[in-house]
Design a protein around this ligand. Structure first.
Ligand code: G
Ligand code: G
Ligand code: MN
Ligand code: NA
Length: 251
């Protein structure tokens, strides 16, 4: 209850910050983009985990306002980085089930792009399989609206749910993100991982492996033709200033 009241005021009190985790090409090892991950630091409760406050925000109807703020901040920050470094990084923003059900999502995304000047092709929205299959017809309609703006769409946490690829026939998905449990449990490069990557490629999807922590895992995924990686081996999620230092180092 206390947490809910605090969450209600968090935006106005400037307690949210977007952190960014690099996504790296397994071919060139260069950074291609970043995932936006929301952080909440409360003066009393300290750092509250997204796994705790995102469900609360969804339940209490705050996710729309928070989600819009994240979209705006992420587009603005990455536009600034691209201008400053002469790069063309993309940014991925997580979209929860309730956001996907909202009639405002397409307009919010359009507004974040227009307000920042970030090209639509540089924005990716991460959706989960479970959110998509809640209502297949409504999801299909929202996804069509999002695609007509020119943004990219990815399936997040792949390997944790049904892990069906069949719905990809009806949805315009561009990227498959393998969940870190899937990456950790399947000895990378085993038949299962290879089959999923092969199927994704046959469907013209690009594949990102999450949660890469060791060079062994990275090498095996690269051998399995996985396109990109994300994980502590490359970098942790970090504030904007640290990301700028990270990119400056990389140059
Ligand atoms: O860094 P990590 O603990 O941050 O993130 C945990 C989970 O919280 C992620 O799986 C992600 O799906 C979710 N999450 C992080 N930031 C956001 C956000 O801005 N919006 C939504 N909807 N979920 C987020
Ligand atoms: O949205 P999603 O569930 O995919 O969010 C990714 C989560 O994974 C975030 O909480 C992020 O902080 C976390 N993460 C990113 N890289 C690693 C990693 O290499 N190891 C572990 N354990 N967690 C990671
Ligand atoms: Mn994600
Ligand atoms: Na994931």
């Amino acid at each position: 209850l206390q947490l809910e009241a605090a969450l209600h005021r968090a935006l106005d009190h400037g307690q949210f910050e977007v952190h960014y985790q690099p996504r790296v090409s397994l071919g060139t090892m260069g950074t291609l983009g970043v995932e936006a991950l929301l952080r909440w630091d409360h003066p009393e409760f300290g750092r509250v985990a997204p796994l705790e406050f995102i469900p609360l925000a969804e339940e209490r109807g705050h996710i729309g306002t928070i989600g819009q703020w994240v979209l705006g901040a992420a587009c603005r920050d990455v536009k600034r980085i691209n201008d400053r470094f002469g790069m063309a990084l993309h940014v991925s923003v997580n979209v929860s089930a309730r956001q996907l059900r909202s009639p405002d999502l397409v307009a919010q995304v359009q507004q974040a792009l227009a307000g920042s000047g970030l090209p639509a092709a540089a924005l990716e929205l991460e959706l989960t399989e479970s959110a998509l299959i809640e209502d297949l017809d409504q999801s299909a309609e929202v996804l069509r609206g999002l695609k007509s703006l020119g943004v990219r769409l990815s399936i997040d946490d792949f390997g944790t749910g049904y892990s069906s690829l069949s719905y990809l026939k009806r949805f315009p998905i561009d990227v498959l993100k393998l969940d870190r449990s899937f990456v950790a449990e399947s000895p990378a490069g085993d038949g299962f991982v290879r089959a999923v990557i092969g199927m994704a490629h046959a469907l013209n999807l690009s594949v990102v492996a999450e949660g890469i922590e060791t060079t062994g895992t990275m090498a095996a995924l690269r051998d399995a033709a996985c396109d990109e990686g994300q994980g502590y081996l490359f970098a942790r999620p970090m504030p904007l200033e640290e990301l700028e230092a990270f990119l400056a180092d990389e140059e």
